[in-house]
Design a protein around this ligand. Structure first.
Ligand code: V47
Length: 373
């Protein structure tokens, strides 16, 4: 018997053959790979949304989180040749390649003096021309400029690259960055873990085991981190479920992931231009399945920059409780053709959340409440 569901919902899940999954959810029983596949392949997006929304509201009620942050992408020169990337340029001197001087990068922070941002999100290409001191000085410089800012910086792919290039262990790289001011790790670089898809998407960057090992090390050192999945390119639905299960398994051990961010593939200006982009249906079901499969990760984030504002707002009823932030100066998706604005004001974000019948909460990077809007 499916309990806790309204009679109407109970009939819908039964009609769709999802009653056993709804029962598991009601009883707090963990979903397995086959459950994940059945959720992904149900044609009834509405029922899937009901289940995911129930889980979202059980955890967070109507609370919907956002923060105010600045993105710094200090260089787009990158040795990796990921076929989905529109941002990177292989070598210094290539058309549109750039590397900011420290002064330039810090100028971005200085320009926002007096503004109430709480976080700087730093992600760069794997630039062979930069010394280790560049990254440490960047962090120290940001802290000298604004000691109050939390620095969420460097994907696991960058941490792995530093370890190999500068002959250090993951632990030493992370410790040195922490001493210079690093506060947490963003979730980028995960893409799709399964070796079949990963080989096609990003053969020359760290593999799934390495990505997970960096996060395990970070969590053991007391850093929190985020995790992502690039969806809607060449991966199969099985590979999406597999990806979620690998994250869930690490989280069982460390508990260090704060939020899972499905990143919707953008196809312009990269080697996958021939592909269709994920539909709204595909995006919403991916958020909903994530909310239901990742029972040990607190938050599911819709990154409005790439999802689009309208779909991000709808996703608040498909399992999402976080919209990232006001995001200043984003480059990675805008070079991939994202048509969203480069920044959204706090008032706009708050309105967007309220219009969806939810309660906006400004948070800091570690989900402490800054203000109930
Ligand atoms: O790893 C690159 C993705 C990621 C494309 O941790 C693309 O709070 C779609 O991880 N289409 C970097 N996606 C960004 C990222 C992120 C963003 C916001 C918040 C957080 C967080 C992390 O961007 C890359 C890759 O998966 N990406 N190119 C593209 N064409």
């Amino acid at each position: 018997m499916v309990t806790e569901l309204s009679p109407l919902t109970r009939r819908r899940v039964q009609d769709r053959g999802l009653a056993d999954i709804a029962e598991k959810l009601a009883a707090g029983v963990r979903l397995d790979f086959d459950d994940g596949m059945r959720l992904f392949t149900t044609p009834d997006l509405g029922t899937l949304g009901l289940l995911a929304n129930r889980e979202r509201e059980r955890r967070h009620g109507d609370l919907t989180y956002f923060n105010r942050n600045l993105h710094i992408n200090a260089t787009n020169v990158c040795e990796a040749t990921c076929i989905f990337c529109s941002f990177s340029r292989l070598k210094t001197g290539d058309p549109n390649a750039y590397t900011m001087s420290l002064e330039e990068a810090l100028g971005r922070v200085r320009a926002l003096r007096g503004e109430l941002i709480t976080e700087v999100h730093v992600v760069n290409g794997l630039n062979p021309d930069l010394p280790w001191s560049y990254y440490l000085d960047l962090l120290r410089g940001i802290k000298a400029e604004r000691a109050d800012l939390h620095i969420k910086g460097f994907t696991a792919v960058e941490i792995h690259y530093f370890a190999v290039k500068f002959g250090k262990t993951y632990e030493t790289v992370l410790r040195e960055l922490m001493e210079a001011g690093l506060g947490s790790l963003p979730g980028g670089g995960a893409e799709i873990f399964h070796p079949r898809a990963r080989k096609k998407l990003c053969d020359d960057k760290v593999d799934a085991e390495g990505w997970l090992e960096v996060h395990r090390t970070a969590h053991e050192l007391g850093l929190r981190s985020n995790c992502t999945m690039l969806f809607g390119s060449i991966e199969t639905l099985e590979e999406r479920v597999d990806h979620m299960l690998r994250l869930r398994a690490l989280q069982d051990h460390t508990g260090g992931f704060q939020t899972f961010i499905p990143l919707r593939f953008h196809h312009e200006n990269n080697k996958l231009e021939r592909l269709r982009e994920p539909t709204g249906f595909d995006s919403l079901r991916t958020y909903a399945v994530a909310r239901l499969m990742l029972d040990n990760i607190d938050h599911i984030k819709a990154y409005w920059i790439m999802l689009g504002i309208e779909l991000a707002q709808l996703a608040l009823s498909w399992g999402v409780d976080d919209l990232d932030g006001t995001v200043r100066e984003e480059r990675i998706y805008h070079m991939a053709g994202a048509r969203t604005p480069q920044t959204l004001g706090r008032a706009d974000l708050v309105q967007l959340i309220r219009d969806a019948g939810r309660v906006p909460v400004e948070r800091d990077t570690l989900y402490h409440v800054v203000a109930e809007a």
